[in-house]
Write a protein that binds this ligand. Sequence first.
Ligand code: CO
Ligand code: ZN
Length: 336
Amino acid sequence: MELAMKLCQTYGPAGREDRVREMIRSEVEQKSTSVSTDRLGNLICHVQASERSQEAKKDSLMICAHMDEIGVIITHIDEKGFLRFTGVGGVRNAVLHQKVIFENGVIGTIGAETKPQTPKDLTLTNMFIDIGASSKQEAMGKVRVGDIAAFHQDAVMMENRLVTKALDDRIGCFCCIEALKRIRSPILDIYFVFTVQEEVGLRGARTGAYALAPTYALAVDVTATGDTPECARMDVALGKGVAVKVKDMMFIANPKVNDRLLMLAENNSIPYQLEVLERGTTDAAVVQLVREGVMSGVLSIPIRYLHSVSEMCDTRDVQATIDLLVHVCEQGPAMP
Ligand code: CO
Ligand code: ZN
């Protein structure tokens, strides 16, 4: 899990994924048949079908996980050196009093207006970033409008639980890296695509899928849970295994793919649960719509406190996700 923690701690908001990409590239280069980057910034790692699998040669499987994380972007710097900002991706008001870090290492704290007339339901427009500057000029020596910051928060490993920022979706990247390293005899051509800009609208997944025109696709991403006090009803819990998505806001999994995933999980004693997510989606939503369509599914890692600086996952779910991915790559992603 050390690599997972390192991935989560690396700076990489949407549109600024370079450092994450280089870290992943160095992990997968040796085990891939070839590695390339497309013009939008996706990292594409090809793992060729093994010799024994001639009959499957015409089919290919794209497995994607997004490299980007949510962040904030400076919209205005005021006379006293406070930075006004907006979200890059789904940033909610839970970010108050958290720390952020810019690409150049400058760190700030998120504060909020405290006038009596400030709305109780704080929005980002009532907040600002304090980088310790005492004037506009001093602030502008460190940052400028358009600079993007990621959240800044340590990773903590408990017995079976990892708590850190950016589990969405570095933990999915981690699962793909580990699976890629473990595959012995891939039954078809596999393309691991580490995508950019998912958090701002599933953007990298579009160009990646268009270029590869895969037969099948799997997204590996995080999902919410329904296992905390008084939360919205959802039949996914931490520690109960990899979640096989049936439906989310923009996606319905292909039944042939899902039957296959469930069969592989059962035959290999991999713990799994079925996921119906009412809000949110993944790269698979756009991948399935590319060209004449792609038969798609999603493996989700359950996460508590999604899009906060303290997202929590269970390492046993991570292991189950990796195990299932390896079986899919070696035995095929769909029922015949
Ligand atoms: Co997300
Ligand atoms: Zn995600």
